[in-house]
Design a protein around this ligand. Structure first.
Ligand code: AMP
Length: 216
């Protein structure tokens, strides 16, 4: 089973993907993670996309479509794919349809997480990460014992440059501009399910499993 998770940045797509990986052995393809890894390595792709990411803009469709094509070819091992952060435009969705058709696989479910802008800003602006061991914190919901310091390894915590408030606002603007049309596209395919992204991650996960027919 292959699925797409849609929703705003900070909407919980990555968290739900982690649960599906742990409990059902699925495999996640997160375009945001792939691009961040490329930017960190300073690969040609990384250098090309960094400016878009830092500004909260979408990278061009042709660039991201190639990234997804490679990831799909590598990741199509029958374990069930979770696409997180792709597609983000109708053009990407149409390209994805062509790619999966050529690979003889299907997209079985599309889940859209709905979340208010206020909640997105609260979640993203409070996120912090350890520079060394990468553990995630939130200054309000999961603060470290000592401000700015990782509980686990004692290294410095940092804020992702695209989690700064002005960049979050731009990411939200871009999200609203594109997502409605994308949701309409999948609604017309009959695969779309919408759920609230607010509330406990465990409760949301139960709904996700229910939609996917994975509940015990
Ligand atoms: P994310 O972690 O999914 O919020 O992605 C971080 C950044 O990577 C986004 O703000 C975009 O700059 C870029 N990005 C990730 N996925 C896509 C995509 N499907 N289309 C265009 N840009 C993307």
């Amino acid at each position: 089973m292959n699925i797409i998770l849609l929703g705003p940045p900070g909407g919980g797509k990555g968290t739900q993907a982690q649960f599906l990986i742990e409990h059902h052995g699925m495999r996640q393809i997160s375009t945001g993670d792939l691009l961040r890894a490329a930017a960190k390595k300073k690969s040609p792709l990384g250098l090309e996309v960094e400016k878009y990411m830092k500004a909260g803009k979408l990278v061009p469709d042709d660039v991201i479509n190639n990234v997804m094509k490679e990831a799909l070819e590598e990741g199509n091992d029958g374990r069930g794919l979770i696409l997180d952060g792709y597609p983000r435009t109708v053009q990407q969705a149409k390209t994805l349809d062509q790619m999966v058709k050529l690979m003889n696989v299907s997209v079985d479910h599309v889940i859209n997480f709905n979340l208010s802008d206020k909640e997105v800003i609260r979640r993203l602006s409070g996120r912090r990460q350890c520079r060394e061991c990468k553990v995630g914190y939130h200054i309000q919901f999961a603060p470290p014992k000592k401000e700015g310091i990782c509980d686990r390894c004692g290294s410095e915590l940092f804020q992702r440059s695209d989690d700064k408030i002005e960049v979050i606002q731009e990411r939200l603007r871009v999200y609203h501009e594109k997502n409605d049309k994308l949701v309409d596209y999948y609604r017309s395919s009959g695969k779309l399910r919408e759920i609230s992204g607010e509330g406990s991650t465990g409760d949301i996960y139960k709904k996700v499993e229910g939609i996917l027919g994975l509940s015990q």
